[in-house]
Design a protein around this ligand. Structure first.
Ligand code: SAH
Ligand code: SF4
Length: 395
């Protein structure tokens, strides 16, 4: 793509054949499940109760087999099995880093693969979930950006990533156990920071997060879900209203000139417009603060002047600035800022009154760190020359 080409979401959803045979229950909203049950013969009067029962089996107890749903009659279970399946993505490989980070490669319909990363911490555990196979955007420092968009994930494939991680962590309550708090969870937080731009797959991301937040199931509070966007301005208010989760924004630069190169969507929605949308977010979503993600690239965006400009720009926005040391990948046209530089940058922001944590790279030994995700099996790749050209680094 040339530098002047408009940035568009050119492949919203690649038309796919309607699924043949039984429908997957995973990913249906409560309303969709109700409609599907009625269409499959459940009497309308019973539908709501059946939704509640099935919902609890699938999302609270993690059951995948209708036969285990012992509060449903045998006949009804057989009916369900005829019309529906309960399917989550298939785990193709699982890598565990020396620091405990787990990276799953999961396969979804069509044979595509996406990566899911679990990051354990002392008091919690965060799952980094993907929303697309590849990405239409071409942020020049991001490995996923070198992979063309293949398709949007369905809601089932998105919430299914949480379910496979809970399988692996063995974190489903025993059938019969209540929905109350059972102490700290291994998988307590979700970040939409894997592959893809979540706001270019809005409806599926919203539905998946609604399922994850539902109190009768996985029951993650909206404050434990963080959606990261590169800055799809028109969808930001919708995120507040329809999802209400925490928001992170891939800010990464303090001038339009540099941000255009790093996060090319900036050409469409420049910094000033983005900041307006961010200013409105906390009120609309009733959440406290926005996370500004800032990748530290040596001699590109890491000067003291940048830090001071950043503080000025975000004035008035309740914010935390998450500094991400650049994670290298083969062919990357950037280098990570020196540690002393990152600390000096963090210090300026901290002294201006903002939390400025430096994100410790996790799972680097298994290529699970931020921006390193890319399914090795996907063939539609950009060349190194393309990457450099898009970064404005070509001669
Ligand atoms: N598409 C969304 C979410 C996925 S990226 C977005 O862009 O916000 C999650 C975070 O990792 C983003 O802030 C992204 O800019 C950052 N990131 C991408 N590549 C990186 C790299 N190589 N090193 C460090 N952070 C990177
Ligand atoms: Fe896509 Fe986010 Fe990577 Fe940019 S940083 S290319 S939006 S995944």
């Amino acid at each position: 793509m040339s530098a002047s080409a408009p940035i568009t979401q050119d492949v919203l959803t690649i038309p796919r054949k309607l699924p043949q045979g039984p429908a997957n229950i995973v990913g249906l909203t409560r309303d969709e499940l109700r409609d599907a049950l009625i269409a499959a013969g459940t009497p309308e009067k019973q539908a709501k109760m059946r939704v509640n029962q099935i919902w609890q089996w699938v999302y609270h107890w993690g059951v995948r087999d209708f036969d285990a749903m012992t509060n449903l009659s045998k006949g009804y279970r057989a009916d369900l099995a005829e019309h529906f399946v309960i399917e989550v993505p298939e785990v193709v490989s699982r890598n565990v880093s020396a620091d405990g980070t787990r990276k799953y490669l999961v396969r979804i319909a069509g044979g595509h693969e996406v990566e899911v990363v679990y990051i354990p911490e002392t008091d919690r555990g965060t799952l980094c979930v993907s929303s697309q196979v590849g990405c239409t955007l071409t942020c020049s420092f991001c490995h996923t950006g070198t992979q063309k968009l293949v398709r949007n994930l369905t809601a089932g494939e998105i919430v299914g990533q949480i379910m496979v991680a809970r399988d692996d962590l063995d974190e489903w309550p025993e059938p019969g156990e209540g929905t109350g708090e059972n102490g700290p969870r291994l998988l307590s937080n979700v970040v939409l920071m894997g592959m893809g731009e979540p706001l270019y797959n809005f409806d599926n991301v919203r539905n998946a997060m609604k399922i994850a937040m539902d109190g009768e199931g996985i029951s993650l509070s909206r404050r434990r879900i963080t959606l990261s966007t590169s800055g799809v301005v028109p969808e930001i208010a919708k995120t507040a209203e329809e999802i209400g989760c925490m928001l992170a924004v891939s800010f990464h630069a303090t001038t339009d000139e540099i941000r255009n190169k790093l996060v090319p969507i900036n050409k469409r929605w420049p910094i000033a417009e983005l900041l307006d949308a961010l200013r409105a977010y906390p009120k609309l979503s009733n959440s406290e603060r926005i996370t500004f993600e800032y990748v530290m690239l040596k001699d590109v965006n890491d000067s003291d002047e940048d830090a001071r400009r950043l503080v000025k720009l975000i004035k008035g926005i309740p914010a935390k600035i998450n500094l991400i040391p650049f994670n290298e990948w083969p062919g990357a046209p950037y280098e990570r800022s020196d540690w002393a530089r990152i600390e000096a940058f963090a210090d300026i922001i901290y002294k201006a009154g903002y939390a400025s944590p430096i994100r410790t790279p996790r799972g680097e030994d298994i290529m699970a760190a931020c921006g390193q995700l890319k399914s090795a099996t996907e063939r539609a790749r950009k060349s190194r020359a393309d990457i450099a050209a898009e970064a404005g680094l070509s001669k």
